[in-house]
Design a protein around this ligand. Structure first.
Ligand SMILES: [Zn+2]
Length: 368
């Protein structure tokens, strides 16, 4: 009797212990990253509060952020909080972002979802980023100078160009080249999250350019005060020669590149953007001097460009390198982005192979 009783007691104790063990198990850890102080100061402690604090708002109409006084008046006015499907995707993007990028997002005055209708890469024309400058205000205005970025509703509803990260980068590349043959075949990861991070990081990169090189809004650029000027080593003449970009940088499509003063800098080493443009214009795609071979040079692992976009101008170089820095430091970090140039001969290159090669020094310029 005693033994049996003890056994039952023991079994009961075991059951209780097992139950207790389950009961006191900590809930799954949802966040392990510490959100930067600049975010906490704004009440943003995670993706959920990134949305609920209205750091992101809707923007109706299409205000002209490039307008000068008296056409500017004040910054764009949005409203929020944003709802489905934007909230969930932005929440995830924020939570997956590396802390340095979270801090940069929190430092912005406001992030907008531009609700203007658009399709495919025309949506890039209503995506922008800027820091206000004195010329946008009446004389003697001395700040503050707000920082805004807008990404397009068209990332969600503008067609199939954003259905995966490799589709998104293909649409941008073809738009910039004016040549619809090269394409990205695959990416790891390849879902919508890198699309959203890339879109945010690109526009934020243009604001960061001014934060980095122009200490006082409206003042001169100092190209040496970032990475001791080494970031611009791949441009002919380096930091002391590179040009200040237009105040309002239009997308550098072939037509955009032909605008006065849009492109003033050339590469230290060939090929030049103009060489690629000429080959495409002449329908010279194949062979050793064709557009395929020239574009392939840009994508060689030891070439100093994040992609073709980066090789078009020093500011887009800075912006696209920053974007890559964000993507390779995100939780599900970008490991692979495979380009195919289907010419004769054909070429295959992986942007991922550049990270520890031609881009290593430039990526290190940006602090994590
Ligand atoms: Zn840009």
């Amino acid at each position: 009797m005693m033994i049996r009783h003890a056994l039952i007691l023991f079994a009961g104790l075991l059951a209780a212990l097992t139950f207790a063990c389950v009961a006191v198990a900590p809930p799954p850890v949802q966040r392990v990253k510490a959100v930067p102080q600049v975010c906490l100061d704004k009440g943003i402690s995670d993706g959920r509060t990134f949305i609920s604090t209205q750091q992101v708002q809707y923007l109706f109409g299409n205000p002209d952020p490039s307008a000068m006084y008296p056409g500017y008046g004040s910054g764009p006015r949005g409203y929020g909080p944003v709802g489905p499907p934007y909230d969930d995707d932005l929440l995830k993007a924020f939570d997956s972002a590396p802390p340095f990028f979270q801090a940069d997002l929190c430092r912005l005055t406001k992030i907008f979802i531009n609700l203007n209708d658009c399709s495919d890469t025309s949506c890039l024309n209503i995506s922008w980023g800027y820091r206000e400058q004195p010329r946008q205000f009446a004389a003697l205005y001395n700040g503050p100078f707000a920082r805004y970025i807008a990404i397009s509703k068209g990332l969600w509803f503008g067609g199939g160009w954003t259905q995966s990260y490799h589709h998104y980068e293909t649409a941008i590349l073809r738009n910039l080249l004016g040549w619809n043959a090269p394409y990205y075949e695959s990416a790891i990861p390849d879902d919508f999250n890198p699309v959203l991070l890339a879109a945010l990081a690109h526009e934020l990169g243009h604001v960061k350019w001014y934060e980095t090189f122009v200490s006082s809004p409206g003042g001169p650029h100092n190209f040496r005060q970032f990475c001791d000027g080494n970031f611009f080593d791949a441009w002919r003449g380096g930091w002391s020669v590179v040009h200040v970009p237009p105040k309002w940088r239009e997308l550098l499509t072939p037509a955009g590149r032909r605008r006065p003063n849009a492109v003033q800098d050339t590469h230290k080493d060939p090929p030049q953007t103009a060489d690629i443009d000429r080959a495409i214009a002449d329908n010279n795609f194949d062979g050793n001097s064709g557009a395929g071979a020239l574009l392939d040079q840009i994508y060689k692992p030891d070439a100093p460009w994040a992609n073709f976009f980066a090789s078009t101008a020093p500011d887009e170089d800075f912006v696209e390198t920053y974007k890559l820095k964000v993507l390779v430091n995100a939780d599900n970090r970008l490991q692979s982005l495979q380009l195919v140039i289907p010419t004769n001969p054909s070429y295959r290159k992986n942007v991922g192979d550049k990270i520890d090669n031609g881009l290593a020094v430039k990526l290190q310029c940006f602090r994590t």
